[in-house]
Design a protein around this ligand. Structure first.
Ligand code: 5RP
Length: 234
């Protein structure tokens, strides 16, 4: 199976967790797009759900395919969020934000009773840090914020180069009007302490560490779909 086929089978397996009447968080990225397209097919077959998109790209896709949408203002509590990830550790801690949607993804996932992560088999690792950690930063004072990030991460034993994400040579701008910095923090021994340190830096709007948020990981692999579940206090 190609990586994209693995993403698709994981996304389709997540549809089995969707029940009639559910309020859903709709993730962002190529795996989440497979989920939205599969969901749209079920909706056209009579399934009744509403979804909160985690990005403008997912909103566009849901609108094009016919998935009914709502907002967190109209529907502040969700039953289930289904989203992709860039890296997944054995405790279901995640790095997200490769697609730049980490802020809305975290808000939507936090509003949901359950978070199911869907991914191809290449996304797992024993320790987070193979994938650069995306950090969404307010443009105001961004240089000072990056210095403060370096210090805060260093204080919990995590170091690495931090680079501004660019698009076409200009700063990449998120759906929320902010910038992203990608931190090459290799080998993150304690994601919880790094998450707390980053969250305490003024100017950091959000970071891509999702610690103890996921209840279920669905991986597409050459051997088939691998569904892993655990209880998470949310
Ligand atoms: C977007 C994300 C995505 O979930 C993550 O980048 C995975 O993307 P893909 O499913 O395309 O591999 O966090 O901000």
């Amino acid at each position: 199976m190609t990586a994209d086929e693995q993403k698709r089978v994981a996304a389709l397996a997540a549809l089995d967790f969707v029940e009639d009447g559910m309020r859903l968080g709709l993730g962002t990225g190529s795996t989440a797009a497979h989920f939205v397209i599969g969901l749209a097919e079920r909706v056209s077959g009579g399934l009744s759900v509403v979804g909160v998109p985690t990005s403008e790209a997912t909103r566009d896709l849901a609108e094009q395919t016919g998935v009914p949408l709502t907002t967190l203002d109209e529907t502040p509590e969700l039953d289930l969020c289904v989203d992709g990830a860039d890296e997944i550790d054995p405790d279901f801690n995640l790095i997200k934000g490769g697609g730049g949607a980490l802020l809305r993804e975290k808000i939507v996932a936090h509003a949901a009773a359950r978070l199911i992560v869907i991914a191809d088999g290449s996304k797992t690792s024993e320790r987070l840090g193979s994938f650069d950690l995306p950090i969404e930063v307010l443009p105001f004072g961004a240089k000072a914020t990056v210095r403060a990030i370096e210090k805060a991460a260093g204080a919990v034993g995590v170091n690495g180069a931090i680079a501004q994400r660019l698009k076409g040579g200009a700063p990449y701008v998120t759906d929320n009007g902010n910038w992203i910095f990608d931190a090459a923090f290799r080998d993150i021994a304690d994601p919880g302490s790094l998450a707390a340190a980053l969250a305490a830096v003024p100017g950091v709007v959000e970071h891509g560490l999702f610690v103890e948020m996921a209840n279920c990981v669905i991986l597409g692999t050459d051997a088939g779909v691998d569904i892993r579940q655990k209880d998470v206090e949310r």
